[in-house]
Design a protein around this ligand. Sequence first.
Ligand SMILES: [Fe+2]
Ligand SMILES: [Fe+2]
Length: 355
Amino acid sequence: MMKVLLVDDEPRVVRALDRVLRTAAPRDWVVTTATSGREALEHLDREAADVVISDMSMPEIDGTALLSEVRDRWPGTVRVVLSGYSDPAAAARVATIAHQFFEKPAPVKELISALREIETGRARVPSGLGDMLNAIGVLPAPPSTFLSLTAAIADDRTHIDKLVAIVRRDPELVAKVLQIAGSTFFTRGQPTSDLRTAIGRIGVRLVTALALAASAFEVAPESGLTQEALTTHAISAATEAAQRVGVPRLAEDAFIAALLADVGLTALACWTPDRVRAARARAVRDGVPLHVAEQALFGFDHADVGTHLLRLWRLPADIVAAVAAHHTSDRASLADDPVKLAVYDAHTRLDEILG
Ligand SMILES: [Fe+2]
Ligand SMILES: [Fe+2]
């Protein structure tokens, strides 16, 4: 059973969406509606929701205010924005608190499939991970740059200049885009210092993945890891996976999946650095890979964490699947899937260096 709360100050919009969602999954979803932020909060006070889908511009309590409060008081609730793209400043603000962003008029099919994915994702979270997320009270939004890029890409009218402008707001991302566009894998030898050329060369999908890999979480030093080490590891593994995959048309998928594979480790190093430190010590003591030590200590590993986050943020299913499999105990089971295999092999080899 999944509880969905729909919020929009236009009763017409709420009614229409309500009907659509009820028809889509009449038995599994309990849909309730509110026509103001205040009404939504009153409702949540009585009964928490698994997902809140909110309009942005509403009188009194607007979407940003509502979702900020939801984040603070019900951190386990998935926050979805449904908004007109008329106000880019407001969109950029809400991008820092929403997990997912849809443009109005509501793309009904996409919204339904997003809700189904949220439902499946909830069911698949290992219980130890679910308990940890509840205990630390986070269900993090992706970096705002990622969400802004995703929203901009979804809009067919988006011009490359707009993407360049979004990337430029994030200096760390600019550095990484230029670095990757200048690597031999993409350039065949031609470095570039022009951001627009760089984005054109590596493609928007990869830039979006980089926005996640390079700045999704602040790594806490107590973990014994650094952001720099993790990002360098991610980029090396991505490059190696793309070379290993063998099939040129799959190189980009392998690159992106390997780039994102350890995002769960970065997340753990941000949320619970002591656990990461303990797992690393255990791995050294027992002479086992880090993910094995994590499983022994927590009952889940960083591949589970990454899978959960990337699914929540709606990365493509094949990318999520490759991340999920990057520490499988059964390598032979990946034989039919060149992307999964390349990601697995690249990380297995390079993890020894990350230590
Ligand atoms: Fe890993
Ligand atoms: Fe790794």
